[in-house]
Design a protein around this ligand. Structure first.
Ligand SMILES: [Zn+2]
Length: 568
């Protein structure tokens, strides 16, 4: 999703409010609990099956109006139903089987007691009519809401970007990542001649006498709610067929009409992206809905089968390299990062926002994988390692559960480097690729917990990685290897680690260091895998002093020689 990074003075001010670790994140409101409790009683008894969403968009006064017919399966004894819709959007009416149902509003949620909710195992449909002016996103995609603007020719240009903030910022639904509908219609009505491009495939275009047009899009797969997108602009369209692992895949592109030439050039990169990610992660998850890039007035977002693109047809991240290695300037960050989310975030979605690392750590790691596909394994590693300087260790990556809280922005760079480190532990690239593809096939089109992902990797790797995940995801520490060389003995241990942390680490003993391509490399020497724990261990060594020990920089750890080791 949001590529949260400080890249320029202009962006710093936009990002800091959301990223600042100084905020009190231990206090949560009643509204946070309503939004974030994935097992709330008003949510648990029913399972969203289909959202039939119809929204009329009125750029003249920045308002929306419409209805969502929610079809649900009853999974346990019905009680009051909780739905979510952010203030100040008003609920006009709630209707079931032609009868109006009273709604009780509680901040950004509302509750209805359905006269005929249905029996366990059965289905029901409830329709919510609404209207209002959704929060304006001034700093999308970082703040969340709807962007109302004009393109450089003065044409209407509107887009939604609501990750974290929530889809309930512009339409009513059960707004939790834990429950995705099996399919969804997104029918957007907008004044002519503006075109709306939403998720999935275009089913119909209906012109109305009042000079508006309804663009009916349909997603045939489960979709997480923040991915449901409104993109309205003066678009043109081109596309092609990509022969992928699961057969022909439509790739469609919707740039603003006056950017067509630039788009035709830049979007060729989508082929290399698709080829690389299908190899490493498995088939693109949405062959039936197709792949799309849609130009937006904001930087980008992983909107499922309609990835938002606002990187101005240049390589890098708005023309800069997040890794500081130069490698990030060789490809378009938004095409690569946001498309990676089709696998990590969209097909495989975290149930609770606190586990958002499942989306961002893997998407960050995918940037390095893409670099590896294009420029070789060493380049991929260099990109990943280069991104470490962006780690802040301000707070844990995993946020608070049940309150729609996201953890530290370290979920990008620290999380990606954690995965790169685990690859070293697996020490078998084909096995590692099998684990990534296995995660995708095992949890395809599902919502998952972080623990499910961690346990799967541990099982497939054949090692208990839970202390490794705990260290990188739940603390602000980086493992530090302490060591000392004296009289032919090497002593070593981990510090700054969680209990039972015993991660192996590769070091080179001896050899000589030299600078090559701007980085320090070790030549010669003995490559040895140490198995440190929090207790001191020793081994005989031929190196004379601590300067002759070099930790393999592919492991995201620090190392420090110490002057004395306590005697046992
Ligand atoms: Zn992302």
């Amino acid at each position: 999703m949001r590529p949260t990074t400080l890249v320029s003075a202009a962006l710093v001010s936009l990002i800091l409010p959301a990223a600042a670790g100084a905020q009190d994140t231990t206090h949560f409101t009643h509204a946070d609990t309503l939004r974030g409790d994935i097992n709330a009683p008003g949510r648990a008894w029913w399972d969203a099956e289909f959202y039939d969403l119809h929204v009329a968009v009125n750029p003249a006064d920045s308002s929306v109006s419409g209805w969502n017919a929610i079809t649900y399966r009853v999974v346990s004894a019905p009680r009051e139903m909780q739905l979510d819709l952010r203030e100040p959007i008003a609920i006009d009416s709630v209707v079931q089987d032609g009868r109006h149902v009273a709604a009780r509003r509680d901040s950004n949620a509302f509750f209805v007691r359905l006269p005929d909710a249905g029996r366990v195992g059965g289905r029901g449909t409830v329709t919510v009519y609404f209207h209002g002016r959704p929060r304006v996103a001034h700093h999308a995609p970082w703040d969340g809401g709807v962007v109302w603007t004009r393109d450089s020719l003065g044409n209407t240009y509107v887009a939604s970007a609501v990750e974290g903030f929530g889809a309930s910022g512009w339409w009513p639904l059960k707004d939790t990542e834990a429950d995705e509908p099996d399919s969804q219609r997104v029918a957007i009505t907008i004044p002519d001649p503006i075109i709306d491009v939403s998720n999935g495939r275009l089913r119909s275009v209906t012109h109305h006498p009042d000079h508006t047009t309804t663009w009916e899009w349909f997603v045939t797969n489960p979709i997480n709610s923040y991915d449901v997108a409104l993109n309205a602009g003066s678009y043109t369209h081109f596309g092609w067929i990509y022969e992928g692992e699961n057969g022909p895949l439509t790739m469609d592109f919707w740039p603003l009409a006056y950017h067509r030439q630039a788009a035709e050039q830049q979007f060729k990169q989508a082929n290399a992206m698709m080829s690389c990610f299908e190899h490493w992660f498995g088939p693109y998850p949405w062959y039936r809905d197709g792949y799309k890039l849609v130009e937006t007035p904001h930087l980008g977002m992983e909107h499922q089968s309609a990835v938002a693109y606002g990187n101005r047809y240049q390589n890098g991240y708005l023309g800069t390299d997040l890794s500081g290695t130069g490698l990030g300037l060789l490809w378009d960050f938004i095409i690569v990062h946001e498309s990676a989310h089709e696998w990590w975030g969209n097909s495989l979605t975290s149930k609770d926002h606190a586990d958002m690392w499942i989306h961002e750590s893997f998407a960050n790691y995918a940037e390095a994988i893409y670099t590896e596909c294009r420029f070789g394994k060493e380049a991929g590693a260099k990109y990943q390692i280069g991104s470490r300087k962006r780690v802040r260790n301000d707070k844990p990556i995993v946020g608070h559960f049940g309150v729609n809280d996201e953890g530290s922005g370290d979920m990008y760079y620290k999380g990606g480097n954690m995965l790169h480190t685990i690859r070293q532990l697996v020490n078998d690239d084909e096995k590692w690729r099998g684990i990534l593809r296995g995660l995708q096939s095992t949890f395809r089109h599902q919502t998952v917990t972080g623990k499910q992902v961690e346990d799967y990797i541990s099982q497939q790797a054949g090692m208990d990685l839970s202390p490794v995940f705990a260290e990188y995801l739940t603390t602000t520490m980086i493992p530090s290897l302490e060591y000392r060389v004296e009289n032919g003995t090497l002593a070593y241990r981990w510090t700054d680690v969680v209990p039972n942390f015993a991660m192996p680490v590769r070091v080179t003993l001896g050899g000589s260091t030299l600078t090559r391509g701007g980085s320090t490399v070790v030549e010669g020497g003995d490559s040895v895998v140490l198995h440190p724990t929090a207790q001191w261990q020793t081994m005989p060594t031929t190196i004379r002093d601590a300067s002759q020990l070099h930790v393999d920089e592919n492991y995201y750890v620090t190392a420090r020689p110490v002057s004395s080791v306590p005697q046992p």
